[in-house]
Design a protein around this ligand. Structure first.
Ligand code: ADP
Length: 641
């Protein structure tokens, strides 16, 4: 809704922003001071941008080449002011950036907000809605901004309740000034020492000077004489040296954590980090972090904050996609190199050999860190796996060069693991294979419960053989590139003819014999179900069930077909093979009925019901539930005479 007067426009916030503002006021209550970090990091980002642009367009600086962030406080008027000489914003950018939520995941975000404060806090960071945190401490916020290279300046103002105004304004210098009219909650931020301590805690490594009025060093007596003397002199209050160029031994864990929070906008500590440098032909310095939690929309979204690129300490760009493959998009951090030109563009980055080499080194490092974590701290590794495991599975498929390392990082549920603590790797699986077992078995399905109900597991359960449970939609797709592991074939327990080697040799021989005896009933199955199935055969796979359906060698599983259908990628049902259990009383009874010459129509109900049951057991829908019930009732009525 826009109401235009010649000068002042009043606009409504997006509904979601209003919801967000309301929620934030409640959930972030005990972390009010983060608004300072958010404002400083916005200013620092804005200076990064103008600094980079000015490398090729010096005129944008307009003779003001000191980059700085200034904070002033006015106790009487109860206002907090932060200003920067960064890139600034024009009319459209103000409306776009401060009035709409950029992230497409905003709906998920609002929905996920709950009573759980800690959770909300981490969510807010992930969605980059930092600016709005000012409304936790302000009753009104005024922002002045002028974009570098443009003449018009703009004033934006809001009380955070439904709408904001925007109008032309005067502003001499480029950049942005934000004026917070503090509410009662925010009054503590009128204290110079308090603001300094927050800056030291959150923003000490910001690479530009943060200036604040000099503290009042006069004696108590002098202060008594002239209590309200305001200082007009400013001093730098942050250390200002980028973290990564300090000697490593001087950097504490807390310093790394704060640096991470600053660059990632995450509110939680990272799960782990690595700080390393490479010398030689290509030299670089890098700090990489693995977050603790995946953003809500992580798996739907292929964008991320990623890794920032610096050249000779000058910020070049954030989320440099060329530095990390898409499957490692959860990694945050920075790389600083001397070996790229300062004026490098996104287009050049894509084909640049140096960038490619740096990426290789970064990927190797990340995988090494994860490998180490998995062996030394399995619990923490499992916490990682729970959040980002699916991304590594994408890696197995896509990154041939690192496939072996990635395969070693895979974890699964299995028939022998009850919970996340006992997730298994392929290595562990192999180490406890039964004597005589030659293959690695898996079974796909929607949930653990669905897989456990499958008749395909019966023989494995009987022989106490472990089967991996594939419950992620990407699992089967991933296994298509892992035909073998440590020389053992990786096979689906629900596909092709089962061959457990020596373990079921006798049973298989017996089943072959039985096949001859069961020819009558097999033929009948074939005839009645000819439109539904590919073929019929006896099996050693079953213990308790009379029959089941299996996919033919090389064909998709029923589970995969259901996934593709649900995601509307394909609606196709391949014909499956019906396997019958020669030892089951029902099958034997049906055979004797055929031998006795009982009419085909009388056997039709039995055969159709058994087929439908096999469909239900694999988690598929039956074609015609009504006729299933009718047939079933007919059989039951016969049974009670
Ligand atoms: P985030 O910083 O995570 O993107 P914010 O809500 O803090 O989210 O800011 C939204 C956007 O507004 C920023 O991405 C930036 O484009 C713009 N912005 C905020 N503050 C400034 C500033 N001081 N100078 C220039 N642009 C700014």
């Amino acid at each position: 809704m826009t109401e235009r007067t010649p000068t002042i426009e009043t606009r409504s916030f997006e509904t979601q922003i209003q919801q967000l503002l309301d929620l934030m006021a409640h959930s972030l209550y005990s972390n009010k001071d983060i608004f300072i970090r958010e404002l400083i990091s916005n200013s620092s980002d804005a200076i990064d941008k103008i600094r980079f642009l000015s490398l090729t367009k010096k005129e944008l600086l307009e003779d003001d080449s000191r980059f700085e962030i200034k904070i002033s406080l006015d106790k009487d008027a109860k206002i907090f002011i932060i200003s920067d000489n960064g890139i600034g914003m024009n009319h459209e950018e103000i409306i776009q950036n401060i009035g709409t939520i950029a992230s497409s995941g905003s709906k998920d975000f609002i929905q996920a907000m709950s009573q759980d404060q800690a959770k909300n806090l981490s969510l807010i960071g992930q969605f980059g809605v930092g600016f709005y945190s000012v409304f936790m401490v302000s009753k009104k916020v005024t922002l002045f901004s002028r974009k570098a290279g443009e003449k018009e300046a703009w004033k934006w103002e809001s009380t955070g309740k439904g709408s904001y105004t925007i109008e032309p304004a005067e502003k001499k210098n480029r950049g942005t000034e934000v004026i917070l009219h503090l509410n009662e909650e925010g009054e503590e931020f009128l204290e110079n020492w308090k603001v300094r301590s927050v800056i030291r805690k959150f923003s000490d490594y910001v690479s530009y000077p943060i200036l604040m009025p000099k503290t009042d060093n006069r004696s108590e007596e002098e202060k008594k004489k002239e209590p309200e003397k305001k200082s007009t002199e400013y001093e730098v209050v942050n250390t200002g040296q980028p973290l990564w160029i300090r000697p490593k031994k001087e950097i504490t864990d807390d310093m790394y954590d704060e640096f991470y929070k600053q660059i990632s906008h995450d509110f939680e500590k990272p799960l782990t980090k690595v700080h390393f440098s490479q010398e030689g032909v290509i030299a670089f310095n890098s700090i990489l972090f693995i977050p603790t939690k995946a953003p809500l929309d992580f798996f739907h979204h292929h964008e991320s904050k990623g890794v920032n690129l610096y050249v000779k300490r000058v910020f070049i760009m954030d989320s440099c996609k060329e530095l990390m493959p898409a499957y490692l998009r959860f990694v945050r951090g920075m790389v600083d190199t001397e070996d790229l030109p300062l004026n490098i563009s996104r287009e050049i980055l894509q084909q640049n050999k140096t960038v490619e080499k740096i990426r290789k080194a970064l990927v190797k490092k990340v995988l090494d860190v994860l490998t180490e974590l998995s062996s030394k701290e399995p619990d923490r590794y499992h916490a990682f796996w729970k959040e980002f495991g699916m991304a590594l599975k994408e890696g197995v498929y896509l990154d041939q060069e690192n496939r072996d390392k990635l395969i070693a990082l895979l974890r699964f549920y299995s028939s022998a693991s009850q919970d996340e603590k006992s997730w298994v790797s392929l290595k562990t699986y192999c180490s406890r294979m039964k004597d005589g077992q030659k293959e690695i078995y898996y079974l796909p399905g929607e949930t653990r419960e669905e897989i456990e109900a499958s008749p395909h597991l019966e023989i494995f359960r009987k022989n106490q053989m472990e089967v991996l449970y594939l419950t992620d939609p990407v699992d089967e797709w991933m296994f298509s590139v892992i035909p073998e592991y440590e020389g053992k074939k990786v096979v689906s327990a629900g596909r092709g003819e089962l061959d457990l080697g020596d373990l079921d040799k006798e049973a298989r021989e017996k089943a072959k014999e039985d096949e001859k005896k069961l020819k009558g009933i097999e033929d009948l199955f074939r005839k009645i179900l000819q439109d539904e199935i590919k073929s019929v055969r006896t099996t050693t796979r079953l213990v308790d069930s009379p029959c089941c359906l299996v996919s033919d060698e090389g064909e998709m599983s029923a589970h995969m077909e259901r996934i593709l259908k649900a995601s509307k990628q394909m609606d196709f049902r391949s014909k499956r093979i019906l396997e019958i259990n020669p030892n089951h009383a029902l099958i034997q009874h049906l055979q004797s009925m055929t031998e006795k010459g009982i009419k085909e129509e009388d056997l039709q109900d039995w055969i159709s019901v058994l087929y439908d049951q096999a469909l239900l057991a694999e988690g598929s829908k039956i074609k015609d539930p009504k006729s299933y019930n009718t047939r079933m009732n007919k059989i039951l009525l016969k049974a009670i005479g």
